[in-house]
Design a protein around this ligand. Sequence first.
Ligand SMILES: NC(=O)c1ccc[n+]([C@@H]2O[C@H](COP(=O)([O-])OP(=O)(O)OC[C@H]3O[C@@H](n4cnc5c(N)ncnc54)[C@H](O)[C@@H]3O)[C@@H](O)[C@H]2O)c1
Length: 321
Amino acid sequence: MKVSDIKKVACVGSGVIGYSFAVSFALKKLEVSLYDINQEALDLAKMRVHTSLELLIKNNIISEQEREEIENRIHYTTSMEEAVTGALFIQESGPEHYDVKHEIVKEIEEYADKDAIIASSTSGLLITEIAKVAKYPERFIGGHPYNPPHLIPLIEITKGEKTTEENVQLAKEFYISVGKEPVVLQKEALGFICNRLQMALYREVCELVMRGVCTIEDADKAVTFGPGIRWGIMGPSLVFQLGGGEGGVDGLMNHLHDSITLWLNDMADWKEFPPEFAKIARDGVEEAMKNRPREIGNDDVSLAAYRDDMLVAILKLHNKL
Ligand SMILES: NC(=O)c1ccc[n+]([C@@H]2O[C@H](COP(=O)([O-])OP(=O)(O)OC[C@H]3O[C@@H](n4cnc5c(N)ncnc54)[C@H](O)[C@@H]3O)[C@@H](O)[C@H]2O)c1
């Protein structure tokens, strides 16, 4: 199979992630079947598709007419047979439990072409384990998105023990063809790449707040108007390459080595968040919201709208929309 053979994609599970993947694929002119177990879930998905496309119209990414064409490319169904028949790429975004994923795998394989790639959106379950009930485990991969997948380009591709290299490459090429930025993990790692990075940073946010060094609001401000702006442009190693001047990243590591060692020895290395931190974080977020003007979001709804507008602006700069 070649990537160009993939004309139809099935999205199995139409929740927060499934509907958004459907938008992502339909935007790239693929026919999409969006499957869920009941009509209520599909009705909600349809509404979310509409709202997401509205945002793209508001930001001049698509026209009204294109919105209609995109909506017409998404076919909603509660029939697995209808969903996966003829689909050579299947993105599974069902509930995050092995037993449910096993049921879904069996049902997909009952009707799917045996060459179809099956990618699971799982946030942390092992592909080897998900695919253990499969007839053809060699075509199972992890295709882990970040929310919302129709805006965030990253896909972390993971392999199971039986996944073939050929299918990994095919999945990678497919994701690239629909404008994603896939990264293939060479080994299984809990939390993949970015959840580990996010938690490494958030552990230190917790440490600084619990020690009374800064508030939740100031830690957020420090990231947003400091390194976060640079990270939206390039990754930490390229940032350090520039920070090292003529010496580059290795120069920076060598130059600051003794100083960095002092910081590292003082930084958090605990293995579990203190249980009281969840409430401290919540109170800190509520305080921060009070201090924000409405235009940049001061409740969950306006904050999400602001995030999506800013994401669109950044994605345009990256030529990703
Ligand atoms: N939400 C996130 O931020 C996020 C990010 C990355 C990955 N993921 C992963 O994506 C997957 C889906 O998460 P979500 O947040 O969209 O969950 P969700 O609860 O919003 O959606 C799950 C959908 O699956 C449907 N479903 C239930 N049983 C099913 C079955 N047997 N067959 C098909 N569909 C079924 C539900 O009706 C629901 O619509 C999970 O594996 C999750 O770990 C989530």
